[in-house]
Ligand binder design. Sequence first.
Ligand SMILES: [Zn+2]
Length: 83
Amino acid sequence: MKKICNFCGNKNFRERYVQYIYKHDDQFLVVNNVPCEECEYCGEQYFKADVLKKIEKDFGDIYLSGKRAKKEIKVPVEEFVEI
Ligand SMILES: [Zn+2]
């Protein structure tokens, strides 16, 4: 693969599976074990377009079509000036 990191110019990447947090209008979807390529130098993560499309579609299925996600979690929310 001939790819260069946009941030540091490094050419070495490793394949990883990571947690991806998709956010849209204050609604969140957490997807675990998403494949990506990570820059070995700066750690920047690159996702393939079809991977992101899939996550976007699942977000729509859940928030617009009422699909039940595998699991739901409670997330604490704070205002910075109050902490
Ligand atoms: Zn990099």
